[in-house]
Write a protein that binds this ligand. Structure first.
Ligand code: SF4
Ligand code: SF4
Length: 479
């Protein structure tokens, strides 16, 4: 470029970097399978770069300077903050209370008998049914209406398919058979046990310290397939007050010395990832197939972890589908795995709500993690995308959560499940945090965390590129 001014040369260098950055983002979106987002970004970037290039090539020097300065500030500042966020990472967050990660306060413990899944389990004419509706006659009509709808994945539901609709129920049936493995005490048969009454701990020195045991349990959880894992105290407020889902144990009190004697002090909580493509297929059948798959994975990990702890001589209980003694999302938030979002579920930093949870409770002394907020509370106040896309209008569009945190109408949600024949998951599908865990999205998430004013821009960009409503028709080729 003979005779070109220093401003023009600098402008062309910035322009070239803009071309490279835009190209890289388009390729990344295409590799995610997001053709619509890739095309929209490609056309928008091409237009902006063409205008920018014309100004550099033909415009007067002051115009070149202004446009290049705007571009440098617009891209450079977020990049600096993102890099800073990457370098400092989660260490930038400090110890916080549970309210900062969206865990609200409730007047008492949750009674599992009140949950929609427990209520749907009560056999009409049976003792659980009679007891529950004698104490809650106000719920009888709505529950009868829900019971009259097609079974989940059953004939008559909108997505019913004689082959594919059987996959999820088969897995939930299998999990029901696995439940006998959750209740076991420390393994007395193990020789040389090193648990609280064992003799071997002294000889092992630091290898049995809480820090070493915590690292060991987390390492095992990841080995067995957990995506992320955290440890927290298990306060009574997050333990169910009574058993509800297992009709044969209906109404048993839970707690130290109660009918279900439960005194574990620690919760090891972990996430498993739901496949992005299956979640993008929501609310059609692939999503419930993937949900059941990940409940299976979570149960496998919990059973394996609990078996390991018991083999060392400490009590441990796996909590798995249909057999929880505690409410998992607030415990996961307390263990530093994420925040509770508007949809009432755990939103994790790198996979959003596109996860399922599992837990092992134990008295093995462990080192607890801290809650780690990363911007979900403020982002959810702006976003409301899950509420807008919920086909049952079960998610609140209020600007602020109530004292108990963000909550949904389980009756409205579940009615849609039964009519559709899947567990819907449109809220997971539409959440901007659900995007794949790629470098591109990590950078955007870091920007949201480090630069709260960028949240509006990120939300606008999500709507523009991915659409205000999810639009996917994908299904596995073997379906
Ligand atoms: S699963 Fe579907 S119906 Fe239920 S809250 Fe989410 S979007 Fe709404
Ligand atoms: S979709 Fe938006 S409002 Fe809903 S949980 Fe995700 S970030 Fe929050």
């Amino acid at each position: 470029m003979p005779g070109a001014s220093a401003v023009a040369i600098f402008s062309w260098v910035c322009w070239g970097m803009g071309v490279l950055a835009a190209g890289a983002m388009v390729i990344a979106l295409r590799m995610e399978g997001e053709l619509r987002a890739a095309l929209r970004l490609a056309w928008t970037a091409a237009g902006a770069l063409a205008v920018w290039g014309l100004i550099i090539a033909l415009g007067p020097e002051p115009a070149q300077q202004v446009v290049t300065l705007l571009a440098v500030l617009g891209f450079g500042l977020p990049v600096v903050l993102v890099v800073r966020g990457f370098i400092l990472g989660r260490a930038t967050t400090r110890a916080v209370d549970l309210a900062a990660v969206g865990v609200g306060t409730r007047p008492g413990r949750v009674d599992e008998r009140d949950t929609i899944f427990a209520r749907m389990n009560y056999t009409p004419g049976g003792p659980a049914f009679a007891d529950y509706y004698s104490r809650h006659p106000e719920r009888r009509d709505i529950d009868d209406t829900l019971r009259a709808l097609p079974e989940l994945c059953g004939p008559g539901s909108a997505t019913y398919d004689p082959l594919n609709s059987r996959i999820a129920p088969a897995i939930f049936g299998l999990l029901a058979e696995w439940r006998s493995g959750v209740e076991m005490k420390a393994d007395d048969a193990v020789s040389g046990r090193i648990g609280p009454e064992g003799q071997g701990a002294g000889a092992l020195g630091d290898r049995t310290s809480p820090a070493a045991m915590t690292a060991r349990i987390k390492g095992l959880a990841r080995l067995y397939g957990a995506l992320d894992v955290g440890v927290t105290r298990l306060p009574t407020e997050f333990v169910y007050s009574h058993v509800g889902r297992r009709e044969e144990e209906y109404g048993r009190r839970i707690g130290p010395g109660a009918e279900v004697d439960f005194d574990h002090r620690y919760a090891v909580v972990f996430t498993v990832e739901m496949d992005y493509r299956f979640v993008r297929a929501a609310p059609r059948l692939p999503v419930v197939v993937e949900s059941s798959h990940q409940y299976l994975e979570a149960a496998k990990i919990a059973l394996a972890l609990a078996a390991n702890i018991r083999a060392l001589g400490w009590d441990a209980r796996a909590h798995m589908d249909g057999n929880y003694l505690a409410v998992l999302p607030p415990l996961a938030a307390a263990a530093g795995l994420g925040e509770i979002g508007r949809m009432g579920l755990l939103v994790t930093e790198n996979h959003g709500p596109r996860v399922r949870l599992g837990m092992v409770s134990t008295n093995l002394p462990l080192v607890c993690d801290q809650p780690r907020p990363f911007g979900v509370q403020s982002f959810c106040r702006l976003c409301k995308k899950c509420a807008r896309n919920c086909p049952a209008q079960a998610i609140s569009e209020d600007d602020e959560p109530d004292e108990a945190g963000w909550r949904i109408s389980w009756e409205d949600c579940y009615r849609f499940w039964r009519r559709t024949g899947t567990d819907c998951a449109m809220c997971l599908n539409s959440c901007p945090y659900s995007k794949p865990d790629t470098m591109l999205h990590r950078m955007l998430r870091a920007m949201i965390r480090e630069l709260p004013p960028a949240q509006r821009v990120a939300l606008w960009a999500d709507d523009f590129l991915y659409g205000r409503r999810p639009l996917h028709r994908w299904k596995p080729d073997w379906f």
